[in-house]
Design a protein around this ligand. Structure first.
Ligand code: PEP
Length: 252
């Protein structure tokens, strides 16, 4: 299974000119990378500025999508629009959307179903708060998020690319305080166990489970080698093509 390395640019950069430069810099930095699948998730409007010819090497993803494919849903983005703009992946259930926009597991469940129906590959984010971890509730929280978000998936998840779970402990995001690889490994194993109950053993074994939270070029390899993760979701450090390039090379 090729590692999946995702750049989540969040609400950056703030001009089209910079976005074009970002794409150009990433393309240069990652031109010889073959043994990893690299996906950039820029703000929606910049998807259209990315050179489609580069999409074969660097793939594109959305940072969210709505649970309907079209219609009167002001401000939302359709999975069909994302597909049309060249996206293969979509991040769903990011903790920032859960926190600032009140996204619930039920909403995320609907989004996953619509994304799969439209042949977009969901990257489902799960993770606990610091308080939940301190109270020993990590597994309970993750189990609830997975069970509710993946309830009654109607469209078969049939290949490794179809569904990715990103373990993103909320206390590790943007804090410079990453999860210890050993702790990430334990949660990763737990996620696979729960996936097996929900989706069956065969599919659970082929889904990617990746880590996100203060990843940089110094700690990235630990999550692949020690924590046995199948990839990384990178926020802050993905805003520098050079640092992102170092992260990708460090795990190969
Ligand atoms: C994220 O928000 O998904 C993330 C992993 O951010 P950072 O790498 O900045 O902690």
């Amino acid at each position: 299974m090729k590692p999946l390395i995702i750049a989540n640019w969040k609400m950056n950069p703030t001009t089209t000119k910079e976005a074009k430069k970002f794409f150009g810099d990433f393309k240069k930095e990652l031109k010889n990378i073959k043994n990893a699948e690299v996906v950039i998730c820029p703000p929606f409007v910049y998807l259209a500025t990315s050179d489609k010819r580069q999409a074969t090497r660097i793939k594109l993803g959305g940072q969210d999508c709505f649970w309907e494919a079209k219609g009167a849903y002001t401000g939302e983005i359709s999975p069909q629009i994302l597909k049309d703009l060249g996206c293969q992946y979509v991040i769903l259930g990011h903790s920032e959307r859960r926190k600032y926009l009140g996204e619930t597991n039920e909403m995320i469940n609907k989004k996953i179903k619509t994304a799969l129906k439209n042949r977009l590959r969901p990257i489902l984010c799960v993770g606990e708060t610091l308080e939940e971890r301190k109270k020993g509730k990590t597994n309970q929280v993750i189990q609830r998020q997975l069970t509710k978000s993946l309830q009654n998936i109607q469209y078969p998840v049939s290949s490794i690319e179809d569904l990715t779970i990103a373990y993103e402990p909320i206390w590790a995001i943007r804090t410079g305080n990453p999860c210890l690889p050993q702790d990430a490994k334990e949660v990763g194993l737990f996620i696979r166990k729960i996936l097996s109950k929900i989706l069956g053993k065969k599919i659970s074994e082929s889904c990617r489970i990746i880590y996100g939270g203060s990843v940089n070029s110094k700690n990235a390899a630990d999550y692949i080698k020690k924590a046995e993760m199948n990839g990384l979701l990178v926020g802050g450090a993905s805003l520098s093509a050079k640092e992102f390039g170092r992260i990708v090379r460090s795990i190969l």
